[in-house]
Ligand binder design. Structure first.
Ligand code: SF4
Length: 216
């Protein structure tokens, strides 16, 4: 199987484009336009990706080549961590922080993480949390002097609000904390159990100590 081609139940193939900045270049749009004109179903997903559905194997190979040639980041494993993000500064009048640089930095810093289960990250430009950053496994929520960090949130059958952990003021701090959180999930997580189950078994003091945060 060619990495990047996703077999579908009906025998067709799909391709998923990751959009860490939520931005689509003109050259990628031209390829998508052509595919749509030829009958493909171009679907923007709720996880901030573009899925191209309904491709024959041959068509999918050609599409993959054309998309990669114009710089599209094709999802080739479940191990990359593409945050979902709102537009933030300077595009939203309520925004307190830029969102795209942090989302991009996280995407670049953690390209291949072997985790026990899915792990969703969000970046929001203000506490309105249009990207659901406060209900994901890890969320950065813009405030005046940085980002509030929430962990252990999830949707699904039994949704959970994220737990406020701390505040970070720089991208470096955000990446360093993300590394520790991912390592905690790797060390204590269980297959098919979200990160919430890890932190629900820890006291707040133990959690903060494990993540190298101030416990006073
Ligand atoms: S979360 Fe805040 S900054 Fe982001 S789009 Fe919503 S209102 Fe704007």
């Amino acid at each position: 199987m060619i990495p990047g081609l996703i077999p579908q139940k009906d025998g067709s193939f799909a391709i998923s484009i990751e959009l860490p900045e939520g931005k689509i270049s003109a050259s990628i749009l031209r390829v998508l336009t052509k595919l749509a004109e030829e009958g493909a179903f171009v679907h923007p997903t709720t996880a901030q990706k573009i899925m191209i559905l309904g491709l024959s194997e041959n068509k999918a190979r050609q599409a993959l080549q054309a998309l990669e040639a114009c710089g599209a980041r094709i999802r080739k494993s479940g191990r990359s961590l593409q945050p979902r993000t709102c537009v933030g500064l300077p595009y939203c009048k309520l925004a307190l922080q830029e969102t795209f640089p942090l989302a991009q930095a996280i995407y670049e810093a953690f390209p291949e993480e072997e985790l026990p289960h899915k792990f969703k990250i969000g970046v929001s430009g203000c506490p309105a949390c249009c990207s659901w950053a406060n209900v994901l496994d890890l969320g950065f929520v813009g405030v005046r002097d940085g980002f509030k960090v929430y962990i252990g949130g999830k949707g699904g059958y039994r949704p959970k609000e994220g737990l406020f952990l701390t505040k970070v003021h720089t991208t470096e701090e955000a990446l360093s904390l993300t590394r520790k959180i991912l390592d905690l999930f790797k060390a204590r997580g269980q297959k098919k159990k979200r990160f919430h189950t890890v932190i629900s078994r820890m006291t707040p003091e133990e959690l903060r100590k494990t993540l190298g945060l101030n416990t006073t």
